[in-house]
Design a protein around this ligand. Structure first.
Ligand code: UFG
Length: 336
């Protein structure tokens, strides 16, 4: 049985991916420093699947600690989720972002080389398309970033491209995520941001359970059908399955795939759908635009559909239903 290392595997996307890799028959090793995650997510993944995960508290910037993992297990592939991911924080603390995100990627590449591990799947982001409004966005769209978080994603893409160029056996898959939302249908694992959520869906969920009074809708004068920002929301379970498909179809060289649904919804579409499927009211107010936001961003997912045989199956209703189901069950996330 193949063994995969999931860095950041206790986090939001990582834990859903851990579950799907287990369901797919892989052995899963999770390395996580729990800086923005909880070991409870992995306990629940084990319960849901009836399978064991080898969970290790390791910071993948720490090469000696990470080397121990490579000594303990023979990895078939690395799926690299670990990283800081808050856009605003990255503007305020750029060095922290560059140090953490770049170091961890370099450590993994060096250890892959040392131990002859040839496959890596990397969590990139649609943020690498910068301010492009050339929707639907194709993987061939020119890249460029507007904040340090985004630059770390693009720099790591470049590091991995050069790494693959240096060794013909290396397989690099760059997955550019659009906007992951939702939770596993069981409601046992989900998104649990620290502090005030930066992202729309977790904020809406916290309003729904009374943790926050109302949503601020950032901007209502965008050139979109209702004036609010349009994004490609993708169910986190579909996203997780995209990683299994990427791993299964990995080939030497570099492959880049958008993981999105191909459909854009506005902030108010999401709010209205959330209210309808969950029978709750989401009080909101229209406020100023958030600096750095683009009007519209959605994927052309054709390449992933064709090359990976993967497509997103779940719609906005399932995303809203499952996100709320998790939040209702665990209003304080993993801190309950
Ligand atoms: N929004 C609000 N109110 C909120 C939060 C968000 O109106 O409280 C709006 C935003 O203005 C945007 C939409 O909801 O129109 C989605 O915002 P998110 O913060 O949820 O997501 P973003 O599209 O801004 O960010 C996502 C990822 C980042 C990535 C970025 C660019 O979270 O990692 O896409 O691709 F960098």
């Amino acid at each position: 049985m193949a063994t995969v290392l999931l860095t950041g595997g206790a986090g939001y996307i990582g834990s859903h991916a851990a579950l799907e890799f287990l369901n797919d028959g892989s052995e899963v090793v999770v390395a996580d420093n729990f800086s923005n995650s909880s070991p409870k997510s992995i306990e629940r993944v084990e319960k849901l699947t009836g399978k064991k995960v080898a969970l290790r508290e390791v910071d993948v910037c720490d090469k000696a600690a990470t080397r121990k993992l490579f000594e303990e297990f023979k990895f078939d592939a690395i799926v690299h989720f670990a990283g800081y991911k808050a856009v605003g924080e990255s503007v305020a603390q750029p060095l922290k972002y560059y140090r953490n995100n770049i170091d961890s990627a370099l450590v993994l590449c060096e250890l892959m080389e040392e131990f002859g591990v040839n496959k890596i799947v990397f969590s990139s982001s649609a943020t690498v398309y910068g301010t492009s409004q050339n929707v639907p966005l194709k993987e061939t769209e020119p890249t460029g970033c507007t904040n340090p978080y985004g630059w770390t994603k693009l720099m790591i893409e470049q590091i991995l491209r050069d790494f693959a160029r240096s060794n013909e056996n290396i397989s690099v898959t760059l997955l550019r995520y659009f906007n992951p939302v939702g939770a596993h249908a069981s409601g046992e694992i989900g998104e649990d941001p620290l502090g005030i959520p930066n992202n729309l869906a977790p904020f809406v969920c916290q309003v729904a359970v009374g943790r926050r009074e109302k949503l601020s809708v950032f901007g209502s004068d965008y050139p979109t059908p209702d004036g609010t920002g349009v994004r490609d929301y993708i169910h986190v379970v579909d996203l997780a399955l995209g990683h299994v498909a990427a791993y299964r179809n990995a080939k030497p060289g570099v492959s880049v795939y958008n993981l999105g649904t191909g459909t854009g919804y506005s902030v108010l579409d999401l709010v209205k759908t959330f209210e309808k499927v969950n029978g709750v009211k989401i009080p909101y107010e229209l406020t100023a635009r958030r600096p750095g936001d683009v009007a519209t961003c959605y994927a052309d997912p054709t390449l992933a559909n064709e090359a990976l045989g993967w497509s997103a199956k779940l719609g906005l209703e399932e995303m809203c239903r499952d996100a709320y189901n998790w939040q209702k069950k665990y209003p304080n996330g993993y801190r309950d």
